[in-house]
Design a protein around this ligand. Structure first.
Ligand code: GLN
Ligand code: ZN
Length: 768
């Protein structure tokens, strides 16, 4: 029996890599310094894993930006527009960063490659680009170099490669007339070269990541997987291939997976504990195949329940014998923070809750303990097991988690709690007479510039260098300036500006019961960007109003209806570490009730327009289509629960910023928000087609300008977009707003752009 790790966080326990990269990008340190930082992080990671007794330690899981981009560089799939950067003889890393971030320097001006979410995680990868006559050639030897680097430290590692089929499928064709899978033979020959080099260097195990096996695959795609691993097995009979899929079960790809001529097959038993039984009883396992049992959750921060992991391990052991068993985390540990021991402040993370948790380093210890216990004849009396059981027991019964008032409230919900009193048409009439807004009403998505000044004041307050009154006075002043400015510009529905918020989820989490936070719980989101997700550990409720003070303050400064701003239950859930002792849907429902309380309090204070942001609904979609309906049912239900308790005359808005609605438009309509604002400008209003084709019943604010750049749009541009929108949807349904919040913008461009936007709306009204 061996322990194996699939990948380790690489940003550095103290975010050393983040800092080094950012310094290198702004010319503050040399390339050598940056490379040195990478080296020392790798060394520390390998040493730690060795010390913790991990048998199969990964290499090539390190990355200066992203493992998919590493693969792109390895196989030399460099898009044409970077050829000059490549030719300029710069180091590979400069080419690499140019692809990741774009480059504007010394006469070069290239944009970055596209970035998108890695499966259903919050990690973003750089999307490979392919052309019809795409050529590949081994360009980067990183995988071999890092294997050798570890070897020179006396550590024999298991190199990790992104599997060729997943790699191709994650990319995009940039030309017509071919399918990216057609490129497989060419790509395989580069994989052969790198495998040859790895074998020459002395590698034995190689891990191939093919998480695409957790998704629905066509026959052609399934055949491609079979072909790749048969060919590798034939060409490299001495290579021990570990094929890893994660983030779900194999589903109907199980058949091909168990037949692959690999030495070990990794199963994500956190997402699919039942598939172990299916694999064992499939009758198709070749008798040399080992199973890598992903029993430790690589996606969450909870301590492993040894009893249930050991049940799975025993089940496998009985059929396969211990030699054919590998114990692993469910996926790479990239998705969890480094080290729980760094959480020293009990005021931030209480001792009691900390006892229930495990970060990456602690998960290594768990792997080792599980192996020990699995090999021990009477593990149930082993101290490691007893300690773990006691901790599980403490968590199960903790009064911090279970709050009967919350549970009772959920039990008493009925169908009416998920519906507004009247249908939209009737509400619309009431809202019109109450709000008296013009045609093409203008508004923004909520946040105004979070300037350095705003952030500095917040940090001074947190450090205690500003007292509460000083900080609140500062925020009041900012809010007042924002309201006066919106009045002056002539926006019909002003907002308070969100100056008091650090982050749209954290701000609410900090005020809700059932949430806790960390000081160092950073997880890589993309490149050098990290997030520190809140942790939902217990039943959620809202002890006190969270936004009423700021919204009412803003309302007291203007006669126009101020729009209250809240983050929706699905987005709060999606961007947090979530408890694993109840379904996500149950947690989401509790958050929805907390948001509902806030909605009702805002209404009571005279706020008649309330926006509940749900930018994360789409990213919560399960990997397999068959699971979509179930998810959408509870997710949309949670949104409705959080917004349905209001009067007909109160107008509910929601906001989303992504570029695909076609396949979920029915659910978006089911949300029954009176107004939905969406990102639209970059797609030139094409997005609206989905709403048109579906005959979307409620009102829509398609974004009329891109907020990602400081560029101020011209009135002509905005008018063109609005006319396009008017061609698709009746004027009576349209709102006018930017694509998203303005927090990343500066004041100058914000003022100018909003003036142009308001003037364009004016023109539209006059033309009616
Ligand atoms: N109200 C938020 C803001 O304006 C919405 C942010 C988002 O959509 N991600 O910043
Ligand atoms: Zn947005």
């Amino acid at each position: 029996m061996e322990t194996s790790n699939l990948g380790y966080p690489r940003i550095g326990a103290h975010r050393e890599l983040k800092r080094a990269c950012e310094k290198y990008w702004s010319d503050k340190i040399s390339l050598e310094d940056l490379i040195e930082t990478g080296k020392s992080i790798r060394k520390e990671n390998w040493r730690l894993q060795q010390e913790k007794g991990i048998d199969l330690i990964p290499s090539n899981d390190f990355s200066f930006y992203d493992q998919v981009l590493d693969t792109t560089l390895m196989i030399g799939a460099i898009p044409e527009r970077y050829k000059n950067v490549q030719k300029s003889g710069k180091n590979h890393l400069d080419l690499y960063f140019a692809m990741a971030r774009g480059l504007q320097k010394e006469g070069v001006d290239v944009i970055a490659m596209e970035m998108t979410k890695w499966f259903d995680t919050n990690y973003h990868y750089i999307v490979p680009e392919f052309t019809k006559n795409q050529e590949f050639g081994l360009l980067s030897h990183k995988a071999v170099d890092e294997f050798n680097e570890a070897k020179s430290l006396g550590i024999h590692t298991k190199p990790v490669l992104l599997g060729p089929v997943t790699y191709l499928l994650l990319g995009k064709e940039k030309e017509e007339g071919f399918h990216r899978l057609d490129l497989l033979p060419k790509l395989l020959s580069v994989y052969h070269s790198i495998l040859e080099k790895l074998m020459d260097a002395g590698a034995t195990w190689v891990q191939f990541d093919e998480p695409i096996l957790s998704m629905d695959l066509s026959d052609k795609e399934k055949q491609a997987i079979g072909k790749v691993y048969r060919e590798i097995a034939e060409t490299f009979p001495n290579l021990k291939a570990l094929l890893a899929s994660y983030f779900g079960n194999f589903g109907n790809n199980l058949d091909i997976a168990v037949k692959l001529p690999v030495c070990a097959l990794h199963l994500d038993l956190k997402r699919g504990p039942n598939q172990l039984g299916q694999v064992l009883s499939s009758g198709k396992l070749n008798e040399k195949l080992s199973l890598s049992l992903g029993v430790i959750d690589g996606r969450n921060i909870w301590k492993n329940d040894f009893a249930s992991s050991l049940r799975l391990i025993q089940q496998a052991k009985e059929q396969l014998g211990e030699d054919r068993i590998i114990i692993s985390p469910s996926c790479s540990l990239l998705h969890v923070p480094y080290d729980l021991e760094l959480e020293k402040n009990e005021k931030v993370l209480s001792k009691e809750i900390k006892d229930w948790m495990a970060f990456a380093k602690q998960k290594l210890e768990e792997l080792h303990s599980l192996k020990k216990l699995a090999l021990s004849p009477d593990f149930e009396s082993h101290q490691l097991f007893l300690d773990n059981s006691a901790s599980m027991e403490r968590r199960r019964n903790s009064e911090l988690i279970h709050r009967s008032t919350v549970k009772q409230r959920v039990e008493q919900l009925d169908e009416t709690d998920y519906h507004r009193q009247s249908p939209f048409e009737k509400r619309k009439v009431l809202q019109e007479s109450h709000l008296k807004l013009p045609l093409f009403p203008t508004t923004t998505i909520g946040s105004f510039p979070q300037t350095k000044e705003v952030r500095r004041n917040r940090s001074l307050f947190k450090k205690g260098e500003l007292n509460e009154k000083q900080y609140v006075d500062y925020l009041k002043n900012e809010t007042e300036k924002a309201i006066l400015l919106q009045n002056e510009i002539g926006l019909d529905v002003p907002v308070h500006g969100e100056f008091e918020r650090n982050d749209m989820v954290e701000y609410f989490g900090e005020q809700l019961k059932g949430f806790t936070f960390t000081q160092n719980g950073w997880v890589q989101s993309y490149g050098s960007r990290c997030v520190k997700p809140p942790i939902i550990y217990g039943d959620v409720s809202r002890p006190n109003p969270m936004t009423v003070f700021w919204t009412s303050f803003a309302q007291s400064l203007t006669d126009k209806p101020v729009k209250g701003m809240l983050t929706g239950p699905v987005t709060i859930l999606q961007w947090s570490f979530v408890r694993d002792d109840q379904p996500r849907s149950a947690t989401c429902e509790q958050i929805a009730l907390a948001i509902l309380d806030e909605v009702l309090d805002l209404e009571k204070e005279g706020i008649s327009i309330i926006q509940v942001d749900e930018p994360a609904i789409r990213e919560g979609l399960p990997l397999r289509k068959k699971d979509w309906n179930h998810y959408l049912d509870w997710a949309i239900g949670a949104f409705r629960l959080s917004t349905s308790g209001v009067k007909d005359s109160t107008q509910i808005h929601t906001h989303m910023c992504y570029s695909e609605f076609n396949d979920i438009i029915k659910s978006i309509a089911d949300m029954d928000a009176d107004v939905i604002t969406i990102e639209c400008s970059r797609s030139q209003m094409e997005l609206l087609d989905a709403f048109y084709e579906f005959d979307y019943p409620n009102d829509i604010g398609p974004g009329v300008y891109d907020i990602h750049s400081p560029r101020v749009p011209s009135e002509g541009e905005i008018l063109k977009l609005l006319r396009k929108a008017e061609n698709v949807l009746p004027a009576s349904k349209l709102w006018v707003n930017p694509d998203c919040g303005l927090k990343t913008r500066g004041w100058e461009e914000t003022k100018d752009a909003l003036r142009v936007m308001v003037s364009a709306a004016q023109q539209m009204r006059e033309a009616v």
